[in-house]
Ligand binder design. Structure first.
Ligand code: ATP
Length: 332
């Protein structure tokens, strides 16, 4: 929906409730030339983007502008210029109403150590507008949902990092939002905990039709769970759209060589020959990612270069386009 059209008017306290005129064809977030400066730093550089319903990965390296964009979406900062709507609302003009309908889990450790998990989640649900009794029930339900039912009476200070991340997720969804913003929700988790957290986020989005914006600098985990991507690099938009359009399809080949001692430098020779033939070659140790010609042509040229260099092939396969490629292409 163009940002200058009238914003939809919520008719019920909980936007997942029957009164919310939610239209899945409407973008959940839209920006036009959105710019945020901090002195000489351009944290967001004239962003034009649309986020669709589902799970959106907001990706970029440290300092890319992810947290700044999330803060703008919550109405916590006035943008230097440009415009932004979230669920059709301008966060500056309808910030209070919007925040009551958007869940948020910040990156920082903001949990009060002395408080019990259930009291913390209940309190925030009440702050977001739920009546006390309903907030109590929702706090308990959401803690069970995130796998902390047995732990709900424990104080937050006694919980592990993984449990605290789950509490942050529980409070973000407790007031029945249509959209939740999760800032680095897998930060500090080990690989198993990361997978569990991502699976949980995917399940919550699917089962409760909650759209999620998930910020992360872990490209591989975002590829696993997200439907859509917004990729930022130093405040600029690198890519925006469905992940199926941006990554995954066959994109060249991966050629892994056996780094044989004789003749010395055989991998270097293969790399040099393929580059000289005009191919796009990216090398990591003895593995070459090749693009720039049709699949069969890439295979033929690899075979010839390997034979000429006296090298040996360990693996040759179709290469998937990854999120990392998006950033590398943008940097060229
Ligand atoms: P991280 O993953 O490290 O949190 P990020 O992608 O969330 O990174 P932001 O925190 O949005 O990045 O920061 C974007 C840029 O804006 C950085 O250069 C940061 O130093 C700068 N920045 C953010 N907030 C402020 C502020 N309040 N004052 C000055 N500079 C800021």
């Amino acid at each position: 929906m163009p940002v200058n059209e009238p914003a939809p008017q919520p008719q019920a306290a909980g936007i997942n409730g029957a009164g919310w005129p939610y239209d899945p064809r409407v973008s959940i977030v839209e920006t036009q030339a959105l710019t945020q400066r901090f002195g000489s730093t351009v944290a967001l550089d004239a962003l034009d983007l649309r986020m669709q319903p589902g799970v959106t990965g907001l990706v970029g390296a440290n300092g890319a502008g992810k947290t700044t964009l999330l803060n703008a979406m919550l109405g916590l900062r006035i943008p230097t210029s440009g415009s932004l709507t979230v669920l059709g609302y301008d966060p500056q003009r309808a910030g209070h109403r919007l925040r009551a309908n958007v869940g948020f889990a910040p990156e920082r450790n903001v949990l009060p150590d002395e408080m019990r998990a259930v009291d913390f989640v209940r309190h925030l649900a009440e702050v977001q507008g739920l009546p006390r009794g309903e907030a109590r029930n929702r706090a308990s339900d959401t803690l069970w949902l995130v796998g902390l039912g047995e732990e709900r009476l424990r104080t937050l200070g006694t919980m592990s990092t993984g449990q605290r991340q789950r509490v942050k997720l529980a409070q973000a969804i407790a007031s029945d939002p249509k959209l939740v913003l999760l800032d680095e929700p897998t930060d500090g988790l080990d690989p198993v905990q990361r997978s569990e957290m991502l699976a949980l986020i995917g399940q919550i989005s699917r089962d409760f039709s909650i759209s999620v914006v998930l910020s992360s600098h872990q490209l591989e985990e975002v590829e696993r769970v997200c439907d859509n991507i917004v990729a930022l690099d130093a405040g600029r938009l690198v890519a925006c759209g469905p992940i199926s359009d941006l990554v995954g399809a066959g994109d060249g080949i991966t050629l892994e060589l056996v780094d044989v001692a004789e003749p010395a430098g055989s991998v270097d020779a293969v790399e040099a020959a393929l580059r000289a033939g005009g191919l796009d070659v990216r090398r990591h140790e003895a593995t070459l990612a090749l693009r720039g010609a049709a699949f069969e042509d890439l295979c033929d040229r690899s075979r010839d270069a390997v034979a000429a260099a006296g090298a040996r092939i360990r693996r040759l396969e179709t290469r998937r386009r990854t999120l990392e490629d998006l950033f590398e292409d943008a940097a060229r």
